[in-house]
Design a protein. Structure first.
Lengths: 247, 407, 256
């Protein structure tokens, strides 16, 4: 059979192409044609990267006293390097002043966490930085490693800022927190170990709001609680801290 | 604090973009990652697919009226194909590593597989098709050429010498087979580009089953229109008479393709609105705030509806040749604007809203630099320059004029 | 044997030789693992993270620590982790902002706002790369520069990444960015260089309230395992089936 000339010409191209394919699949070293050895090398490289943060246990080696103090206080879960910055260089070279972790004394530093922001969780201690001990350094009253102040805490708003501020705008603004919540002294010392009580029955609101009640403060908000709201507890519909709801 | 810092120019650019954010975006979304170059790339590959489909009408479906621009369509496809890969290369963070796509491709990556589809189409279809079509002419030109052009044409013909009628008939037979394989290959080529976007589930503007099909249909429209434009411009430059029978036929195919494209894009829009998924709210905002001009005005009104009207008018009324030529030219030009806008709306539009569905960003196109308007214009002009060179090297009517001169 | 048989057999020889050589090459590649050089066996671990949304106070220390530990550009445009703030109003309107793009001074200035009673819920949400078990970013990388390690961390090989940005487009969580210095894709690595040595990621190390919980899902007495078992867990964008390994407790439905 006579092979057309074109086939011979194109055939050269096809042979070249096949040569490339064969080279690629059979003759080239694996590192050229597979990502795997490179990925393995990358893992090794990544693992070898230097660390900037030493980790809390490392600080304990030399700063046992501060560590022990911190362990007993409210800041026990905070890593040392949270406030003092990365310390791996300091651990490696303790005498080098250039890498000694700083001690921040300016108010803004503590206010970063403890300034009042409504999005912060309920129970987190916050202050109004523009009012609270204005101008003074925080460390004047609070040891950063054991920040409990010498004065006893009496204000619920320090940790329950959103609730107190919400209530202040509401028809319940004159009600003390203690009217509905029993708070023990222990709660002011170690909050999570002694939680304040919360009302559990409709009686808590019926005291003032049932039609039979004589409390003058709730005169405008009385109804027959034997028929109102089935058996649901009041705060399933009414926000006790803002009973009139939002506008 | 980290020592790393970014160059001042980038800092300024990002600060500028940050100031234009509406609503909320994930912080890393501030940078528009795929720029104008990635708009140019599907536009160019689309024209390749469309021009080839037009050429295949002649070869496979025997639409003889289109024969006069068969070679022009092939050369146009080749010119655009040679440049289509350039915007991709230029936009990479490490263009010197681009070869890795061929050395260590990841089979799960649409982008990696596209590299091979591109190669296949360029080497296995287009170049072979062009060679088979021009082989006879190249051999004859090689024999008659003088000086440096002689070895050039010898090489281009792959040192072929047989121009007997049997050999030429063989060329045409095999060319038909290559075209038949080429049609699904062209579909694969540009459908794949659509798939690269359509497969991204993270982005609801892109991630759609219809994306590859819409891309393909709009590619066919833009390719046919581009060949039509080139034909008219070349004829005008050479002071030659345009074959109106050819132009009318191409115009008909353009109208049909445009109707199908319009129907598909309309379907995608209706489907999206009807399904009423979570992303609809931010996407509606995207269109009305960021894409109104480029989508509603340029892509739909000017780029689709108006050309539809023009082409329908041409078919429904009896207009003289001059009038029809003007209208075809206008329609084809508007279509280019429309299809380019469509690429812009897909690529840039998809990066103007946050994946949080809560915000919109802005894209500021650089005027100079690599990923700039300037580079985009250069890349858009290059295929025409290459086509000019190809037209000089491989004149489309050389054989006919030679036969005429012999008489 | 005759010529025909000889030809047939030799034709089979080439692909066979190729298959054998490829298999041996692959086997050699597998041995080139980290366990040979450091004694750390990645297949024993499967790392994840837990986030207790109720505990985050939005102090942004995690973001700062991450930037310091991993040499991330300090400008507010590149983040391996960040904090979002959600404010949900009674009429259903949800306002979201990223506090990590603000300077400490700007964040301080936002404190002590008068209380808005129309806000019914407000909270902070830490975000980072979810180190998905089914990562879409790994799927789309054309050259295999980004990959998942045997211990479940998705890394980017900066020496092979070509900077095509496909992975950045494919990530539904906005966790990736293009590193302006290396011009390669970059993202949170769970501080791989720390966790493989028994340390915590930098963000977990400095989190003051314990909102971030790091652990080994293959561990027995592991902090993360306990966290997952004792809380109602949700993940971001579960419908995309990326199988994120960052698990949130008490995540509000408005969080995207």
């Amino acid at each position: 059979m006579k092979i057309p000339e074109q086939v011979k010409r194109l055939g050269v191209i096809v042979v070249l192409f096949l040569a490339v394919v064969i080279t690629r699949f059979f003759l080239l070293p694996e590192t050229w044609i597979s990502a795997q050895p490179h990925q393995a090398a990358k893992v090794v490289r990544e693992m070898a990267k230097p660390m900037s943060y030493a980790g809390m246990p490392a600080c304990r080696q030399c700063h046992e006293e501060e560590y022990a103090i911190k362990l007993g206080g409210f800041h026990r879960t905070i890593g040392c390097e949270n406030c003092h910055g990365p310390a791996a260089a300091h651990v490696a070279n303790k005498d080098d002043k250039a890498v000694t972790p700083p001690k921040h004394r300016e108010r803004e530093f503590c206010l970063n966490c403890h300034g009042f922001v409504a999005s912060r969780p309920n129970g987190f201690p916050q202050v109004d930085g523009t009012q609270h001990n204005k101008g003074k350094k925080c460390v004047t009253c609070h040891d950063p490693h054991d920040p409990r102040p010498d004065e006893a805490i009496t204000d619920c708003g320090g940790c329950h800022g959103v609730i107190v501020r919400t209530k202040a705008l509401s028809t319940h603004s004159q009600l003390e927190c203690a009217e509905c919540h029993q708070v023990s002294e222990q709660h002011m010392v170690e909050p999570r170990s002694a939680l304040p009580t919360k009302p559990t029955r409709r009686d808590a609101c019926a005291r003032c709001h049932d039609s039979g009640s004589t409390d003058p403060a709730a005169a405008k908000a009385r109804l027959d609680l034997s028929t109102h709201g089935r058996t649901f507890v009041c705060w399933e519909c009414h926000n006790a801290h803002l009973p009139e709801g939002t506008k | 604090m980290s020592d790393a810092s970014i160059p001042a120019a980038l800092n300024e650019q990002l600060a500028n973009q940050l100031s234009q954010v509406i609503g909320f975006i994930y912080p890393n979304e501030i940078e528009t990652h795929w720029s104008i170059l990635i708009v140019v790339y599907p536009y160019l590959t689309g024209i390749v697919a469309g021009a080839f489909i037009l050429a295949s009408l002649v070869k496979v479906f025997n639409v003889v009226e289109v024969q006069p621009i068969y070679r022009l369509a092939l050369l146009a496809a080749l010119s655009f194909m040679l440049i289509a890969g350039m915007p991709l290369q230029l936009h990479l963070g490490h263009p010197e590593r681009a070869y890795e796509i061929f050395m260590t491709p990841q089979p799960t990556s649409a982008m990696a597989m596209f590299g091979f589809v591109y190669l296949w189409y360029l080497l296995g279809i287009l170049l072979i098709e062009v060679w088979l079509e021009y082989r006879e002419q190249l051999v004859l030109m090689a024999r008659e050429a003088k000086g440096i052009m002689k070895p050039v044409y010898r090489a281009l013909s792959l040192w072929s010498n047989d121009v007997s009628p049997e050999a030429v008939a063989w060329d045409h037979r095999v060319s038909k087979i290559v075209t038949i394989i080429g049609i699904p290959s062209a579909f694969l080529l540009h459908g794949y580009v659509g798939f690269i976007f359509g497969s991204i589930k993270a982005n609801p503007w892109w991630g759609s089953v219809l994306m590859p099909i819409v891309f393909l249909m709009s590619a066919i429209v833009s390719g046919i229109a581009m060949v039509m434009l080139i034909y008219m411009v070349i004829s005008m430059l050479r002071n030659e008479k345009i074959d109106m029978r050819c132009l009318d036929k191409v115009g008909l195919f353009l109208l049909v393709a445009l109707i199908v494209d319009f129907a598909l894009e309309g379907l995608e829009f209706i489907h999206r609105v009807y399904q009423n998924e979570e992303s609809l709210k931010i996407l509606s905002e995207l269109i009305s705030v960021k894409l109104f001009n480029s989508l509603v005005i340029m892509q739909v009104a000017l780029g689709m509806l108006l050309p539809l009207l023009i082409l329908a008018l041409v078919r429904s009324r009896r207009l003289n040749d001059d009038m029809r030529r003007i209208m075809y030219f206008l329609a084809a030009l508007l279509i280019q604007v429309g299809i380019f806008s469509m690429r812009w709306n897909v690529v840039i539009g998809g990066q103007l809203f946050s994946k949080s569905f809560r915000g919109l960003m802005a894209y500021k196109m650089e005027l100079t630099g690599i990923e700039s308007l300037w580079m985009a214009l250069v890349l858009l002009a290059l295929p025409f320059i290459i086509l000019t060179v190809l037209n000089y090297l491989l004149p489309t009517r050389w054989l006919e004029e030679r036969a005429l001169a012999a008489h | 044997m005759n010529k025909r048989d000889f030809l047939k057999n030799s034709i089979i020889f080439f692909p066979a030789a190729g298959v054998v050589s490829a298999l041996t090459c692959q086997a050699e590649g597998k041995e080139l693992s980290a366990s040979m050089t450091t004694g750390y066996d990645a297949s024993q671990h499967w790392y994840g993270m837990g986030i207790d949304v109720d505990k985050c106070i939005g102090c942004n220390k995690c973001v700062e620590a991450c930037k310091a530990e991993n040499n991330v550009p300090t400008e507010p445009y590149f983040f391996r982790t960040w904090i979002e703030r959600y404010t949900i109003h009674a009429d259903g309107e949800v306002k979201v902002e990223c506090i990590s793009t603000k300077t400490p001074e700007q964040r301080l200035a936002q404190q002590n706002q008068p209380l808005d009673p129309s806000v019914v819920r407000s909270f902070f949400v830490p975000k980072l790369c979810n180190q998905c078990a089914n990562p879409p970013c790994v799927q789309v990388c054309p050259v295999g520069a980004t990959f998942q390690t045997k211990d479940g961390v998705v890394l980017v090989d900066e020496k092979r990444c070509i900077g095509c940005r496909y992975c950045i487009q494919a990530c539904p969580y906005g966790a990736r960015y293009l590193n302006p210095e290396t011009k390669t894709a970059d993202k949170c690595t769970f501080c791989y260089h720390r966790i493989t040595k028994g340390q915590l990621p930098a963000c977990v190390e400095v989190c003051p309230t314990g909102s971030r919980i790091f652990g080994d899902l293959k561990g027995q007495q592991d902090r993360l395992v306990r966290f997952q078992h004792s809380n109602e867990i949700s993940v971001l964008k579960p419908d995309l089936n990326t199988e994120p390994k960052v698990r949130y407790a008490r995540l509000d439905g408005e969080v995207r």
